[in-house]
Design a protein around this ligand. Structure first.
Ligand SMILES: Nc1nc2c(c(=O)[nH]1)N[C@H]1C(S)=C(S)[C@@H](COP(=O)(O)OP(=O)(O)OC[C@H]3O[C@@H](n4cnc5c(=O)[nH]c(N)nc54)[C@H](O)[C@@H]3O)O[C@H]1N2
Ligand SMILES: Nc1nc2c(c(=O)[nH]1)N[C@H]1C(S)=C(S)[C@@H](COP(=O)(O)OP(=O)(O)OC[C@H]3O[C@@H](n4cnc5c(=O)[nH]c(N)nc54)[C@H](O)[C@@H]3O)O[C@H]1N2
Ligand code: SF4
Ligand SMILES: [Mo]
Length: 730
């Protein structure tokens, strides 16, 4: 029997069960509840964190059957026994009263909030039926999968077996894509995640917008503190005086969007003053003379007019970098989709590092192989009938992952071929893709939208079928076999039970595959069986891993001076100061600067970033993290605020160039930002009523990002190109 639940009733259900969770019940049915209640004493369970995608090793403690706390696992090379504030607050995800509890099917048309609560069998039956129908009519490639994080591993496997090449994540074209392509077309290799940066040993660390300390990627934040403690020279380039800037010897308050001019001028100084690592460049460089000629005009005086940074400051900071080479690390950044010239800006960062000889050197960039843990021996996937929808017409030749916005475009236009179904796992596309109105337009054109989430996020609000997942503290996941200086394998395993009908991703992916007739791709029945098989094939013990959470691999050389062989898998086999490959694609072979459009008189450029207590749009509803920071603020330069008659704490609304107006948000009037831009932390201003704690708290940068500039060769979407005005709330 299906039961009908209106949104109102849905909220009532949430409220009632919140009491149960708070009273210490985390088991599902009566028997589980009884089991949890009868559990006495303290037990610890090693696992790894999922509040962001750094995957820190952790140890959770359960007291009398109730989840108590989570701390870093000292055996883990990433966390070294310490979690970031978000990781520590992760227990709130389990207790979150807003969690989805059972599968839901939309009763009315999209946008109307009437749901039918169904069983898993019914929900997956409906999903499989609609997927089969799309496949029969349009082919398997008409289904696109959007997923983010390691939790998506099994879902991705199911959809490879289904036969679609259109499996993507916003972490490429809305995040690190430009950087990884820029580095690959310089050194032949990506920066990857966790970034291969040797921050702890760097003697001079250059942070261009990388706001470590607010960006809380644990290992990097810890190593940053170590480098500061060891007296490293810190250079920070940011229009906003970030936490990192407060630790800097040189803080450069750059005019937004002009970083490429600064980078070219830095390289110009280092080359013309002969300060680069000549031996390194001679041995490993390709096209240096052509590069030198290209940057000859980029003098500090020229860059001053673009960046607002004094020529002497540009010279002094360039010399400072050269003094500490090769232990000078110009951080490659991560969220690099800023202005549309991002791949070239990232390439300029790569080239500056190349001049300083820091790639492959201590205090620069390490190179490591992950542990060798073979994949599960599955049958081969079917070969997709058609190519990726984003690349069919020869577009985005350097996009190493499908371009999300191109999939969205194909969904709206049906070109180059139709996309009729979206499966969305752990990515709130309304927040993570630029121009949310266009995302909604695409959704309206779909035959099927399935969302797998833990709460009623904005994207879940648009779904035809919502599948509730168990949170990371309640499930197994794929092994974490990341590269790092010390190779390791990490295990995620359940600490407590899921409180209701929520299921782990591997179970959902497997059941769906079986319903789709793809059972052959799941020869295992339990996740333990799967994990055991993979570990055994690497000669590792599942029992040991369960006990320790981490198994370390053999440490190998990670720097050239430790015996690592320099290898540059580019076309020339060298570090490409000049790129023939880019030239052949019609892109600049050496990065060239273009001046960004300035904000119109009376407008400000909208910038955004992170805060220590939150991850994207996914933690505002976590009661613990919500308490830590319930809303965001709009940073406005103090003089500008005075001129506009705005005081800190006062509510304003932000209007962008396309007349999108934000939720009310408090002003933070501060000297710590330039007068030509404003800043807010990403992920606030939720519009889903299912997120009771987060609903309409603060403002959403995503809503205001209606404009974006797409890189024609790799598909990154520059999003720092929106201009806003500020309106006082009555
Ligand atoms: N305007 C703007 N856009 C951005 C950014 C920005 O700063 N501003 N940042 C960009 C960057 S750097 C990135 S990496 C992307 C990030 O983009 P996303 O990964 O899409 O980030 P979130 O918006 O947090 O979406 C995460 C979703 O996963 C759900 N979720 C959380 N835990 C689980 C779980 O265990 N299982 C399941 N199934 N779901 C879960 C959450 O409820 C939420 O709906 O966004 C990019 N887009
Ligand atoms: N606490 C927390 N930490 C996180 C995350 C999180 O959600 N929460 N997400 C993680 C992820 S996936 C990513 S990608 C990273 C993102 O973090 P980062 O890669 O470090 O930074 P961005 O988001 O690109 O940039 C934000 C900073 O750039 C500055 N900025 C804006 N425009 C310009 C400009 O034109 N020039 C310069 N030089 N600076 C500019 C802003 O003022 C701000 O300080 O954070 C990671 N760490
Ligand atoms: S950086 Fe923080 S939130 Fe991310 S995995 Fe590590 S502890 Fe968790
Ligand atoms: Mo990101």
């Amino acid at each position: 029997m299906m039961t009908t639940v209106s949104r109102r009733r849905f909220l009532q259900i949430s409220g009632a069960t919140a009491g149960l969770a708070a009273a210490g019940t985390m088991a599902g049915g009566l028997s589980r509840r009884a089991a949890a209640a009868s559990e006495k004493g303290i037990r610890t369970v090693p696992t790894y964190c999922d509040v962001c995608f750094w995957m820190c090793g952790a140890i959770a403690t359960v007291k009398d059957g109730r989840l108590w706390k989570i701390e870093g696992n000292p055996a883990d090379p990433l966390s070294r026994g310490r979690l970031c504030p978000r990781g520590t607050g992760g227990v709130g995800a389990h207790f979150d009263p807003d969690r989805l509890k059972a599968p839901l099917i939309r009763r009315q048309k999209r946008g109307q909030e009437e749901w039918v609560q169904v069983t898993w069998d019914q929900a997956l039956g409906v999903v499989a039926g609609k997927l089969e129908k799309i496949k029969a009519e349009y082919g398997p490639e008409a289904v696109a999968l959007f997923s983010h994080g390691i939790g998506g591993a099994f879902i991705r496997h199911t959809f490879k077996a289904f036969g679609t090449p259109n499996s993507t994540a916003p972490s490429f074209s809305q995040c690190r894509g430009p950087r990884d392509v820029g580095f690959a077309y310089t050194f032949g290799d990506e920066v990857g995640s966790p970034e291969r940066t040797d921050i702890r040993n760097s003697r001079c660390l250059v942070l261009i917008g990388s706001h470590l300390g607010e960006n809380m990627h644990n290992t990097q934040a810890q190593e940053f503190a170590e480098a500061v403690g060891a007296g490293a020279s810190i250079i920070v380039v940011d229009p906003r005086f970030s936490i990192a800037a407060s630790k800097a010897k040189h803080y450069l308050a750059i005019k937004p969007g002009t970083d490429l001019a600064l980078l070219l001028a830095w390289m110009n100084v280092i080359v013309t003053e002969g300060l680069y690592d000549k031996e390194y460049v001679d041995a490993y460089g390709y096209g240096f003379d052509a590069f030198k000629a290209e940057i000859a005009a980029a003098t500090p005086e020229w860059a001053y007019a673009e960046t607002g940074i004094e020529p002497e400051v540009i010279r002094e900071t360039a010399r400072e970098m050269a003094r500490h080479k090769p232990a000078t690390l110009v951080h490659p950044g991560r969220h690099t989709v800023w202005y549309g010239d991002d791949m070239q800006r990232s390439r300029a960062i790569a080239l500056l590092n190349a001049l300083l000889g820091s790639w492959g050197r201590r205090g620069g960039f390490w190179t490591a192989e992950p542990m060798n843990v073979p994949g599960y021996p599955y049958p081969p996937y079917p070969k997709p009938q058609r190519g990726r929808v984003d690349q069919e017409n020869g577009r985005y030749p350097l996009a190493t992952e499908p371009v999300t916005t191109a999939i969205r475009e194909a969904t709206i236009t049906g070109q180059p071929y139709p996309i009729r179904g979206w499966v969305v796992y752990a990515t709130n596309l309304i927040y993570s893709l630029p121009n949310p109105q266009e995302t909604i337009r695409a959704i309206q054109a779909l035959d099927l939208l399935v969302v797998i989430d833990v709460v009623g996020s904005e994207i879940a609000g648009w779904a035809d079928v919502v599948l509730p997942e168990a949170v990371y503290l309640e499930r197994h996941d794929e092994l974490n076999v990341s590269w790092f200086r010390d190779p390791f394998v990490g295990l995620r395993q359940p600490v407590v039970h899921a409180p209701h009908a929520q299921k782990p991703n591997w179970w959902i992916a497997r059941q769906l595959a079986i319903k789709l007739g793809l059972g052959a791709y799941y020869p295992w029945t339990t996740i333990e069986e799967y994990l055991d098989r993979r570990l055994a094939s690497a000669g590792l013990s599942f029992e040991t891993l369960k006990r320790q959470g981490i198994i370390l691999g053999e440490k190998k050389p990670v720097f050239y001076d430790e015996g690592l062989t320099p290898e540059f898998p580019t076309a020339s086999g060298k570090i490409e100061f000049y790129s023939n490959a880019l030239r052949d694609l019609g892109a600049d072979p050496v990065p060239k600067y273009t001046r960004p459009e300035a904000p119109p008189e009376g407008s400000f450029r909208l910038l955004f970033g992170r805060a220590p207590m939150h991850t994207f749009s996914r933690t505002q509803t976590n009661p613990i993290l919500h308490d830590g920071m319930p809303e965001n603020e709009l940073w406005v330069n103090a003089d500008v605020a005075a001129r506009l008659g705005l005081a800190s704490g006062q509510f304003v609304r932000v209007r962008n160039q396309d007349n999108v107006v934000s939720n009310p948000v408090r002003v933070k009037a501060t000297e710590r930002i330039r007068p030509d831009c404003v800043f807010m932390v990403h992920g606030f201003g939720h519009t889903s009523k299912m997120l009771t704690l987060a609903y309409r708290k603060g403002a959403s940068d995503s809503e205001l990002v209606t404009r974006y500039v797409t890189d024609p060769v790799m598909g990154g979407t520059g999003m720092n190109v929106n201009f806003v005005t500020i309106e006082a709330e009555a």
